[in-house]
Design a protein around this ligand. Structure first.
Ligand SMILES: NC(=O)c1ccc[n+]([C@@H]2O[C@H](COP(=O)([O-])OP(=O)(O)OC[C@H]3O[C@@H](n4cnc5c(N)ncnc54)[C@H](O)[C@@H]3O)[C@@H](O)[C@H]2O)c1
Ligand SMILES: O=C(O)[C@H](O)COP(=O)(O)O
Length: 526
């Protein structure tokens, strides 16, 4: 039975799902050193933001197949290292959206009405109503940075509160913003106009210290800033100084550059700052959602099924996967074949999707073809997770084209590989629903089912050549399971594909190539 380690606090429902297929260790208090020591035993790892899955952890994870992040942000996982090692990373992109958006709104309201400070004051026995005069959000302008899932829900709620909405998100259309009642503006304009600024972007090199000494200077002195997204989006020292000196009115921060938040000047401030310990996703509903979402994906992957929210491979809905499954096998077989025929280094791979495939998502087919192409070199080190990255790192340029007019088969894939030794091409299609057929090699038409051991020759189409190869193999006790010849013209060049029951013994390939009329021979394992 596979083993799954749960190293952060997750809802019990997640543990129950994992237990259907795995032996589960629930250890939410592990130190980094303990994680490093334990990880080699596990096939799956389920985490939240508390566990740092560093390159060192991944290096030590000898049998790990999947890391499930019960939440959105995967910046605590070294994705590059996981991808390189072929470890799938999945998350729950929507399970805590509402919780995070509501926390941002709650912080905005708490800041506006001094709720946190007033609560502490009253509990300390004081009744100081005049000290807690707040401001209304009605008719104020909220600037939303990042109009994705959480930012969009904040926009909907803000609209219902009667706020004006400006938004900055270079990756969404003005129409989408308009639907949400938001006006898209550039970042500087947002900083100028907003009475409230709320951040809902991932942390990237582009968004790191988005709020800093300079940008704080662009804002109204009455501005209140909310960060429920990621630590590091705000320069903490700069916002501390701006708050302390009264250059801005307030800030509410749920996330920090270093978590847990240790010594920090921010802690010394009064009502102008509200700090919460990364609680955006901490609702009962969100924790149930993310636990189910991610545990189900870990369970499915351990059972050999696809994941629905993979971070490091194209996400494939199960119905799409089902539809493309046989074509993925075809693409992988063709990639493997053309890779072996081209031999050695391949600089470029052109992938043509023909017939009905011209209308499909090409990405999974490209990944499958690359997996096949790299398998002779990398063996089990290459998989659907790391094939694209490995190909990129080896300098393989990939292009894809489509030809919907192709009518010989319902759907067909043509691969052309270019390397220092020239170009080689193969085509394949499905017979019926899922029988893979190789339908051409270097444009010579054939129809051959791939088999584990194959002999392929390029030769002149002339009398006796097939017989010579057949009796040569027979004389070395190699049994032929099937044979087919393809040619474009009588007595021109031709290709022969021979399926063998056994591998060709060492040294025989050279002898086959010395048969008069044979230009080149290959053994191929599919
Ligand atoms: N505090 C919490 O507990 C908590 C909970 C959930 C999510 N989060 C965090 O909230 C953030 C947003 O999550 P989401 O689910 O809305 O993600 P999302 O991917 O749906 O939305 C992110 C948006 O940011 C935009 N974006 C990317 N780079 C940008 C840039 N340079 N400038 C402006 N916009 C940019 C994207 O186009 C996208 O629309 C993430 O960082 C996530 O980790 C925090
Ligand atoms: O990215 C997320 O999903 C949030 O930051 C939530 O993190 P958590 O699961 O550690 O609460």
């Amino acid at each position: 039975m596979p083993k799954v380690l749960v190293s952060d606090a997750i809802d019990q429902v997640g543990v129950d799902i994992l237990s259907q297929v795995a032996q589960v260790s629930y250890e939410p208090e592990l130190s980094p050193a303990q994680l490093l020591e334990k990880i080699p035993e596990y096939d799956g790892l389920m985490i939240r933001s508390g566990t740092k899955v560093t390159a060192e952890v991944i290096q030590a994870a000898g049998r790990l197949r999947i890391i499930g992040r019960a939440g959105v942000g995967v910046d605590n996982v070294d994705i590059q290292a996981a991808t390189r090692k072929g470890i799938l990373v999945v998350n729950s992109p929507e399970g805590n959206t509402i919780a995070a958006a509501e926390h941002a709104i709650a912080l905005m309201m708490a800041l506006s009405r001094h709720i946190s400070e007033a609560n502490v004051s009253l509990k300390a026995g004081k009744w100081k109503r005049s000290q807690f005069i707040g401001v209304e959000v009605y008719k104020k302008t909220i600037g939303i940075v990042g109009l994705g899932r959480i930012g969009s829900h904040v926009a909907r709620v803000a609209r219902a509160l009667g706020m004006q909405i400006v938004a900055y998100d270079p990756y969404i259309s003005a129409e989408r913003a308009q639907q949400l009642g938001a006006r898209l503006v550039d970042l500087e304009q947002l900083f100028h106009e907003a009475d409230y600024i709320t951040l809902h972007v991932p942390r990237t090199p582009e968004t790191t210290h988005l709020i800093n000494e300079r940008t704080l200077g662009l804002m109204k002195p009455s501005v209140r800033i909310i960060n429920c997204a990621r630590g590091g989006l705000i320069d903490e020292q700069a916002i501390y100084s701006a708050l302390k000196e009264g250059r801005i009115a307030g800030a509410a921060l749920d996330v920090f550059e270093n978590e847990p938040l240790g010594e920090s000047d921010l802690r010394s401030l009064g009502r102008e700052v509200i700090l919460t310990p990364h609680l955006g996703a901490s609702t009962e509903e969100a924790q149930t959602n993310v636990a189910i979402d991610v545990a189900e994906q870990i369970r499915d992957v351990l059972l050999g099924l696809p994941a629905r929210s993979a971070v490091n491979i194209p996400g494939l809905r199960p119905e799409v996967m089902q539809e493309l499954k046989a074509y993925l096998e075809l693409a992988e077989t063709l990639g493997n074949l053309v890779g072996q025929l081209a031999g050695g280094r391949i600089d470029a791979l052109d992938i043509r999707l023909q017939g009905l495939l011209a209308a499909k998502d090409a990405q999974p087919i490209v990944v499958a073809a690359l997996k096949g192409l790299l398998t002779p070199a990398l063996r089990e080190r290459v998989n659907f997770v790391n094939a694209l990255l490995e190909a990129r790192e080896r300098g393989v340029r990939v292009t894809e084209t489509r030809d919907s007019s192709f009518a010989d088969y319902a759907g067909s894939i043509h691969l052309l590989a270019r390397g220092p030794e020239g170009e080689r091409s193969v085509t394949g299609a499905l017979l019926g629903e899922n029988e893979v057929r190789i339908t051409s090699i270097d444009d010579f038409p054939i129809s051959v089912a791939p088999s584990r051991f194959m002999l392929i020759t390029l030769h002149r189409d002339m009398p006796g050549i097939i017989g010579k190869v057949g009796s040569f193999l027979g004389s070395h006790n190699v049994n032929i399971a099937g044979m087919q010849v393809g040619r474009k013209m009588v007595r021109g060049n031709a290709v022969m594909m021979v399926s063998l029951d056994d591998p060709l013994p060492e040294g025989l390939l050279g002898e086959i190539e010395s048969v008069p009329g044979i230009r080149k021979a290959y053994t191929v394992n599919l």
